[in-house]
Ligand binder design. Structure first.
Ligand code: AMP
Length: 549
């Protein structure tokens, strides 16, 4: 029997219509350095209509053509997030921090026709626009001299100014009905090996994913919330926060290019967010700042931390010293990106609740998960069997853009192979021990680099610690600990090893130690272990070696 239900497509324009009418008084706030500029969601709706008209009439965007953004998190980027998919075109969020060659590769692979750019990023875009062979129009938001763009790309591109382009255009747009399975947005992985791979989110996947973000077991958004969206809009769609904000009526606070601890602290005090999202390195820096400055963070109840493993010490420090709950979450670009959120189950209290909070979290109904062994054989979800995590669901990609068939290295029998290693409990909590490629194989046993990092970062004098496996004649691989010491503190390798010995088995203790100024980071702020390994291999690290296991 067929249902009697209407077949209304799940599409981005519906999220826009809802947010800009029902929640029209909610606002997006963009930090400008010392203060904020603000726009109501109703005005975002009108501006999105004007941008869509401009893209169609002046830039010739039709059908599913690609419109790229090369922007910080700000109001104009939010407008593009809605205008482009709503008009049926495909939004492509370019990662401004990738190497120029990779940015050009991605833009060409996606056949981007238009690029929307923040004026502060003109110099960066000018370095690559000459290689972006399919681009015909560049729209500059904010005042700035676009001459470097035309100098680099010549007559191939027409440069427009955002304000001029949008001026006088109609404030409504007859958003077309789209096939909900068509692409709405494109994001490329920030993979550190090989070329980035494209993931095309559908209108349907965005809609469903946004609902999950709003759920209490997700980020629990309500119209009373103000979300500080630090996670870049060019990285996994800012974890879906912009769309979820329009669904829920939560206001948005955008940091633009001010991503250091001091301006973020200032934003928190001035704009009073209730919730924020970013990778652990940002929170780690902010914690050090908050510990030494008097900042009013009383509005902030929860910060969602994901993108890499969140050290338990960071969670405790925020809870105990600043009254802020750090909620651990896990996901991937390939997963829109939400995979799991670590909220303790009903009845868990005290240490028991903390143990749940250390995990990567519980999967929602939209994410089916399993653990598999080396041959792909499913292992029990018993919380102890360790293997690679595989996932599937309506907001998880089934292949990469341009691939006729799923790449066998990344997909197996309709499941996405995450490359993450860990356990799955009967009640759906994922605990990751490592990336498959970062696990340290020592004398036939596995050492978790993340576990060592977490233990080291619990030391009061350690600001950051990154552990990688390095070749060892006797044991095959051994851990190398690279450590950033907190400003004004001093600590020795011997002392750190003794400290580790309290929580880590002796045979896992690193004998190689290097003190460094900063851990190298990827384009999205994660520890770049590939760079650490190659620095070690090239002799670029001053390594101290203690006696072995
Ligand atoms: P990306 O596609 O850049 O978001 O990277 C996804 C990868 O980041 C995952 O496959 C994990 O390896 C890692 N990751 C994300 N969140 C976490 C987390 N909470 N704990 C550990 N690793 C994480």
């Amino acid at each position: 029997m067929r249902s009697t239900m209407m077949d209304a497509p799940l599409q981005v324009s519906r999220i826009l219509e809802h947010g800009s009418t029902v929640h029209g008084t909610a606002e997006v706030v963009t930090w400008t350095g010392a203060e904020s500029r603000r726009m109501s969601y109703a005005e975002v709706g009108r501006t999105a209509a004007r941008l869509a008209h401009a893209l169609r009439d002046e830039c010739g965007v039709t059908g599913d053509e690609r419109v790229a953004t090369f922007m910080w998190n700000n109001t104009e980027h939010l407008v593009a997030y809605f205008a482009v998919p709503s008009m049926g075109a495909v939004l492509h969020t370019l990662n401004i921090r990738l190497f120029p060659d990779q940015v050009a590769y991605i833009a060409n692979h996606a056949t981007d026709r238009v690029v929307l750019v923040d004026s502060t990023l003109i110099p960066l875009l000018a370095r690559v626009i000459g290689e972006m062979t399919t681009v015909r129009h560049v729209v500059v938001a904010g005042g700035g001299d676009p001459a470097p763009l035309t100098a680099a790309a010549g007559d191939r591109i027409t440069v427009h100014h955002w304000d001029d382009l949008l001026a006088g255009r109609p404030e409504t747009y007859d958003w077309p009905e789209v096939d909900e399975r068509d692409a709405a947005a494109l994001c490329y992985t920030s993979g550190t090996t090989g070329n980035p791979k494209g993931v095309a989110y559908s209108h349907r996947s965005i809609y469903l994913h946004s609902l999950q973000i709003c759920m209490p077991e997700g980020f629990g958004l309500a119209p009373t919330d103000r979300e500080l969206a630090i996670v870049p809009m060019f990285h996994a769609m800012s974890w879906g926060l912009p769309y979820a904000a329009f669904l829920s009526g939560a206001s948005l606070i955008m940091p633009d290019r001010f991503l250091q601890a001091a301006p973020i602290a200032e934003m928190i005090a001035a704009e009073r967010p209730t919730l924020a999202g970013a990778v652990p390195t940002i929170w780690n820096d902010l914690l050090a700042y908050l510990d030494s400055h008097d900042v009013d963070t009383s509005s902030l109840k929860e910060v969602i931390v994901g993108g890499s493993a969140c050290p338990p010490a960071l969670m405790h420090a925020f809870a105990e010293r600043h009254g802020i709950d750090v909620i651990h979450a896990w996901g991937m670009t390939e997963m829109s990106p939400l995979g799991s959120v670590a909220r303790p189950p009903a009845g868990a209290t005290g240490d028991d609740a903390w143990r749940y909070r250390y995990t990567q979290g519980r999967v929602p109904a939209g994410v089916a998960a399993r653990i598999v062994g080396p041959l792909g054989e499913p292992l029990p979800a018993d919380g102890t069997s360790v293997g690679e995590l595989e996932v599937r669901g309506p907001w998880i990609t089934a292949r990469y853009v341009g691939d006729e068939a799923p790449d066998e290295e990344k997909f197996r029998d309709g499941w996405l192979r995450t490359g993450d290693v860990g356990t799955l409990s009967p009640d759906g909590f994922i605990t990751l021990t490592d990336r498959a490629k970062d696990v340290i194989k020592s004398g036939g046993e596995w050492i978790s680099s993340v576990e060592l990092e977490n233990a080291l970062m619990a030391h009061p004098d350690v600001q950051e610690a990154c552990v990688v496996g390095v070749p060892d004649q006797r044991w095959d691989e051994r851990p190398l600990a690279t450590v950033v010491v907190r400003e004004g503190a001093s600590v020795t390798a011997e002392e750190l090893r003794e400290f580790l010995a309290k929580s880590v088995a002796r045979w896992q203790l690193p004998e190689r130690w290097a003190f460094i100024d900063a851990v190298p980071k990827t384009s999205v702020g994660k520890f770049d272990k590939k760079v650490v390994r190659s620095r070690y291999a090239d002799g670029g690290l001053e390594v101290r070696e203690l006696a072995g296991p």
